[in-house]
Design a protein around this ligand. Structure first.
Ligand code: AMP
Ligand code: ZN
Length: 114
């Protein structure tokens, strides 16, 4: 997956503001933040999207979710509330096809999202 941006961030070939490294997951700040806390959490292993990650069925999706919560705690938004978003497919706004969870918090979040 040499052309995958997030694989390159995992490999430290592309710089990123890494906030947490937790076993098989890596968390770094979104380059275009949509909230005071906007962190992307990725599995180090490449999977195109959430469906592929779930199909792998090796506990990696569990690790990703746990890392999201750890980021929320570390960022101080776990108590006030935060949102985890997995855009899956172009129609949902996915632009980077290495599965990543957006962890958003630090401001009031409206529902439903756009
Ligand atoms: P999505 O639209 O769900 O695929 O989200 C992709 C996200 O990756 C967007 O929020 C971008 O701002 C973010 N992004 C793109 N390039 C980088 C980068 N080099 N470092 C950090 N975040 C990035
Ligand atoms: Zn990748």
């Amino acid at each position: 997956m040499s052309e995958c941006l997030f694989c390159k961030i995992v490999a430290k070939e592309v710089p990123a503001d890494i906030v947490l490294e937790a076993g098989r997951a890596l968390a770094f700040r979104d380059i275009n933040p949509q909230a005071p806390t906007h962190v992307l959490v990725v599995p180090k292993a490449h999977h195109d999207n959430a469906a592929a990650l779930a199909a792998a069925d090796d506990g990696l999706a569990d690790d990703l979710l746990k890392a999201c919560h750890a980021v929320a705690v570390q960022e101080g938004v776990a108590e006030t509330g935060y949102r985890i978003v997995l855009n899956t497919g172009e129609g949902a706004g996915q632009t980077v096809f290495h599965v990543h969870a957006h962890v958003l918090g630090g401001r009031g979040l409206t529902w439903p999202p756009g």
